[in-house]
Design a protein around this ligand. Structure first.
Ligand code: SF4
Length: 252
């Protein structure tokens, strides 16, 4: 018994100091991508090789912009194309309040803003979420599960996952939304009482991710379900999701 107590004391407190202190992530962590254009403002050219996602695209003036909602955070995406250079930063903060905020000429994004006062009064101290995997690879769910472990411990902020949409204040959607899952997703959304929150987690739910263009998917959450928080990643780091949720609730 004493050995058990000793071991427990030696383990200390494993819970992350986020958000009170800055949390350092491993050097291999690929966070918010950044884009540097060359000084000539040259139009985007073809990348040196095929990129696995639509992270870099051309804006209306044919200048390169980043779409964080399409980013798969793979090393191959940090590839120079004529007129621009992409790199990954260590910043895990990148959840936004609108889809358009994920499209950026530099990689800097307007982070999610707090809900209005009335919504914060309802959800600010206790938020129950139903998770729906609408055609995902399970990577995003694994990171959502990690939010409940002792390191991230989402429950310390009053946020928990629940089994039924009838007990939920909002819905967390992962996956590219396969045609077979559309009806189940829309029924789950309809079963949650108003006011409700919708959180799209991962490249698949935002843009279709690696499944973009497949005839079997809707390329992310359909317009019939209005999204309040967009969390990029493939999958998003638990801190990216937690940071977005706390910003939405006005806790950061
Ligand atoms: S965003 Fe990436 S990790 Fe998440 S479901 Fe899609 S492929 Fe899997």
């Amino acid at each position: 018994m004493l050995d058990l107590f000793r071991t427990r004391l030696m383990q200390g407190t494993p819970t992350s100091e986020f958000p009170d202190r800055d949390v350092s992530l491993p050097a291999r962590f690929r966070g918010r991508p950044t884009l540097s254009r060359d000084d000539t403002g040259a139009a985007i050219g073809a990348p040196a090789r095929d990129l696995p996602s639509g992270l870099v695209r051309a804006d209306s003036r044919a200048l390169p912009v980043l779409d964080l909602g399409a980013c798969l955070f793979s090393p191959e995406e940090a590839t120079a194309a004529p007129g621009c250079q992409v790199a990954f930063s260590q910043d895990y903060r990148m959840a936004t309040g609108t889809r358009n905020d994920l499209i950026t000429p530099t990689g800097q994004v307007e982070l999610a803003r707090a809900l209005n006062q009335q919504m914060r009064r309802v959800f600010g101290r206790s938020l129950r979420l139903r998770s729906v995997a609408a055609g995902s690879c399970s990577g995003c769910e694994a990171e959502l599960v990690a939010l409940n472990n002792v390191v991230f411990d989402m429950a310390r902020f009053g946020i928990q996952f629940v089994a039924s949409p009838r007990h939920a204040d909002g819905i967390v959607i992962t996956g590219a939304v396969s045609r077979n899952m559309r009806a189940a997703l829309e029924c789950t959304y309809a079963a949650i009482a108003d006011p409700r929150l919708v959180i799209a987690v991962g490249a698949c739910a935002i843009s279709g991710g690696p499944f973009t263009g497949s005839p079997e998917v809707l390329n992310g959450v359909p317009d019939s379900i209005p999204v309040d928080l967009w969390v990029p990643g493939c999958p998003p780091h638990p801190l990216t999701t937690l940071d977005g949720l706390l910003r939405l609730l006005g806790r950061l």
